[in-house]
Design a protein around this ligand. Sequence first.
Ligand code: SF4
Ligand code: SF4
Length: 199
Amino acid sequence: MGIPGRGLAKGLAVTLRTMTRKSVTAQYPDVQPDLPPRTRGVIGLFEENCTVCMLCARECPDWCIYIDSHKETVPPAAPGGRERSRNVLDRFAIDFALCMYCGICIEVCPFDALFWSPEFEYAETDIRELTHERDRLREWMWTVPEPPALDPAAEDPKELAAARKAADKLAAQQAAEAEAAARPEPAQDARQDTKEEGT
Ligand code: SF4
Ligand code: SF4
């Protein structure tokens, strides 16, 4: 059996401790909060990178990404080639009334078209206004913070290594072509000399 009044004493001790603690009330909106750089405020769309692959809409657990598109025929890249078709974005919208800010859409986008912005001041009195269409999602892109600097000790990304290799190969090929163009053509001169001696 416990000591009578122990619970009461414990409760009063907590009250006293809390009363003497410094207040940590955030003075928002008079003072803007100092948010961490990776805050999940709102999602920005960089639509130039979007290929309408639909991966984000399919993976979204809340089904709150709406995408409409149509197909367009593009002329062949080389003469004699086949015509190609590509998706053209008609609508891209996110319903932030349904979104649970899980970040799956941003993680799965293979083309870096979606980004987190720390902006959070977009409360509405009409819930329908929380569906942000592509123009508004595009505007959020200007509030996306720069990515952190790369770790100097990190390995180069695969893409960078491949691009460097291709550039080195091209430079070597161009140097070899320039060298070949600058070299005199001895075989032709010799043939010319032989011909003149014979006549
Ligand atoms: S953050 Fe999650 S819930 Fe919100 S749109 Fe992206 S995938 Fe859907
Ligand atoms: S996953 Fe990325 S590229 Fe694909 S539709 Fe979504 S935003 Fe566009």
